[in-house]
Design a protein. Structure first.
Length: 436
């Protein structure tokens, strides 16, 4: 039985069988003499009441007691002393109806009454034998009406369900939780197929899922590794001739007397620089997907100090608002993302204006914001910014539209997001929303 369908079906059938067995057991227990004498209202104190009245010679009270119990509980009682003498009336009233009832019982048309016996030693030393007869329908009705009977039945049903559902739940949820961890590890490029080896050996659907997941993980990791290697190889193959071309241009520029030739060489050099910058940004875009170590506790104030030293001589003032917040992450990636946001802001900020860098706590999230006072971005492009090679119309030929894409990928690597907006008072604000 390898299929989960048959295992779950068998578990449900087992639970049903256990519930039926426990229900039958409770019904059998309800007919046990000790249980009935302890809990049934007609039996638990009848003997003591009858003996007290009998030894007090109050026979009229005893007859009334017997009639009351027949009326209230349909209980018929016979009492014998230790000499075998019957101390109660032999048969209850309406003898004819009772004989008809007994005749039906012999024919199997009605259930036989429950017959119980009880021996009681009185304080006087006399021993009495009580014989009780209770109709089964009345007894079953009392069992269903009493809280004890309902509680026992509910406990038995609950116990049977727990007995079956708990192992079944563990059997199903443990491999699913392991697959969930494997999916998280795969998203962080830390997946090891050997971690699913035990689940893969199962012969059911979960084992097949684990085997398919391992194969998918191997393929994805191989594809990502090949992609990163291709980017490194392409960057090397492109940068090597670029470096040689720069050397040749520098040598030619020294010996060039024609001003037009010098201008052409300078233009070619600028294009080489732009191409080198493009290669660097493409590599940087792929770098956040590379395997990283464990996250660290990152201090925002330390990030501010590192960035402030880098931009202290810029033509636009950069104001870092003090913050003592911390978050879990990779310091190098966070610094790279903020550096890209600052460079993007410097590109559009008017000379003499200021750029504000701030950190705000929003519940379990940190909002790292970089705001400039430039022209902003057209509203229809806000949702597209952050995609590779997407640029605003007012950007001109400066940049390739990869800076915000790098920031967005770094934010997603930290389980956060990049938020872009045009403030009502003008300018542009980019915010990294990251969990602490």
């Amino acid at each position: 039985m390898r299929s989960l369908f048959w295992k779950i079906l068998a578990s449900l059938m087992l639970a049903t069988a256990l519930v039926a067995s426990f229900t039958f057991g409770v019904s059998r227990l309800s007919l046990e003499e000790r249980w009935l004498f302890h809990f049934h209202p007609a039996l638990k104190d009848f003997a003591s009441q009858w003996i007290d009245r009998h030894e007090a010679q109050d026979h009229a009270a005893n007859r009334q007691l017997l009639q009351d119990y027949r009326r209230r509980f349909q209980l018929f009682v016979q009492v014998y002393d230790e000499r075998g003498s019957l101390l109660t009336n032999g048969l209850p009233p309406r003898v004819e109806q009772l004989f008809k009832q007994l005749h039906k019982e012999r024919e199997g048309k009605a259930p036989r009454p429950v017959k119980l016996t009880q021996t009681v030693l009185a304080a006087s030393g006399e021993e009495y034998l009580f014989i009780y007869r209770l109709p089964r329908p009345a007894l079953h009705q009392w069992l269903g009406d009493t809280w004890l009977g309902r509680s026992l039945l509910a406990l038995c049903v609950l116990g049977a369900l727990v007995l079956v559902s708990l192992p079944l739940s563990l059997y199903l949820t443990r491999p699913l939780k392991r697959l969930q961890r494997a999916a998280q590890e795969l998203s962080e490029s830390r997946f090891e197929p050997a971690d699913l080896a035990q689940i893969s050996q199962r012969g059911d659907e979960l084992g097949a899922l684990a085997r398919d997941f391992s194969a998918m993980g191997k393929h994805l990791q191989s594809s990502l590794s090949n992609q990163r290697q291709l980017l490194r190889d392409v960057s090397h193959e492109l940068r090597s001739p670029l470096a040689r071309l720069r050397v040749l241009l520098a040598l030619q520029d020294k010996h060039a007397d024609d001003p037009q030739q010098q201008l052409l060489n300078q233009r070619i050099t600028r294009e080489c620089d732009r191409l080198d910058l493009l290669i660097g940004e493409i590599l940087e875009l792929a770098r956040p997907d590379a395997p990283l170590g464990a996250k660290q506790r990152v201090s925002i104030s330390q990030l501010w100090r590192s960035l402030a030293e880098r931009y202290q001589d810029s033509c636009v003032a950069v104001h870092f608002h003090p913050s003592h917040a911390q978050l879990n992450g990779w310091p190098e990636l966070l610094e790279r993302a903020l550096d890209n946001l600052l460079r993007n802001a410097l590109r559009f900020a008017p000379e003499g204006s200021a750029i504000d860098v701030s950190c705000q706590q929003d519940g379990a999230q940190l909002l790292l914001s970089v705001r400039d006072h430039g022209p902003g971005c057209p509203a229809e492009l806000l949702d597209k910014l952050g995609q590779p090679f997407t640029r605003a119309a007012n950007q001109g030929n400066d940049g390739y539209g990869l800076g915000l894409a790098i920031c967005r990928r770094i934010a997603e690597r930290h389980d956060g997001q990049l938020l872009l907006a045009n403030p009502p008072e003008g300018g542009f604000i980019a915010t990294l929303q990251l969990p602490t």
